[in-house]
Design a protein around this ligand. Structure first.
Ligand SMILES: [Zn+2]
Length: 248
């Protein structure tokens, strides 16, 4: 990933997506916003933070990326997808993935340990952003997201680029109750007792859905290990960073 400053915000970009024309994307850090501790400072969602501060932070992000609007779902750790059409903006409904073929709208997933998984089809100009925590991973959110853009927009999975955001790495993804929560299908991803590589699980789900291996980029950055990202597991009461993608 590439770290850069953009209008006062410290952001990361994926190398693979940065070279695609007509696509803007970023992963936010906690730096550059207006929220007070423990949400300091670029908190993008919920919890006990001042709603006006969150709104101001979302506007800072929109302006930093020079987008007309942002759209985000009410995330519930499921697999439902929503298409963002027309002039939809802000909270667009309950879902764990958004997709669009329209320019100017940034699809935002907000996170503090979960993965955001970006899908980009640069030729047909279709994008999606999936929220994939362990519940979503187990429930098939990745496969469902690919299926949605295939069915709705006629995308060929082999034409998709994918990027897996900073999130809990195999260093920190501890599941003491993994037999109940993850189940036996995740045992191949156990890197040491009770620790799992959910990045690899997503990678495998993307290739199983038909994506090319050379078009998948994993950030390989663990948000619990890096102070520049919020982490629920590290901090408890804390903010949410975000991953956003848009067609321009
Ligand atoms: Zn870690």
């Amino acid at each position: 990933m590439i770290k850069h400053q953009q209008r006062g915000l410290e952001l990361y970009c994926f190398e693979s997506l940065s070279s695609l024309p007509g696509v803007v994307h970023a992963v936010t850090t906690r730096h550059g916003g207006v929220s007070a501790a423990p949400y300091d400072s670029l908190n993008l969602a919920g919890g006990g933070d001042d709603p006006a501060a969150i709104e101001a932070n979302l506007e800072l992000l929109r302006r930093a990326l020079d987008l007309e609007r942002l759209a985000w779902p009410e995330q519930v750790h499921g697999i439902d997808m929503l298409a963002v059409d027309g002039d939809a903006a802000g909270l667009v409904g309950q879902a764990d993935g958004l997709a669009t073929d329209q320019a100017g709208v940034g699809l935002l997933i907000r996170q503090a340990d979960c993965q955001a998984v970006l899908l980009v089809e640069p030729e047909k100009r279709v994008i999606a952003n999936l929220h994939v925590g362990w519940r979503g991973s187990v429930a098939g959110a990745v496969g469902r997201g690919v299926e949605f853009v295939v069915e709705r927009y006629g995308v060929d999975p082999a034409g998709l680029y994918a990027a897996i955001s900073p999130s809990l790495g195999p260093c920190c993804a501890e599941f003491i109750n993994h037999a109940d929560e993850l189940g036996p299908a995740y045992l191949p991803y156990q890197v040491r007792p009770n620790y799992f590589d959910l990045w690899q699980a997503t990678w495998d789900q993307l290739t199983a859905a038909g994506l090319r291996r050379d078009r998948i980029e994993t950030a390989a950055k663990c948000n619990k290990c890096m102070d520049s990202f919020f982490s629920y597991r590290r901090e408890g009461e804390t903010g949410r960073f975000g991953t956003v993608v848009a067609l321009v």
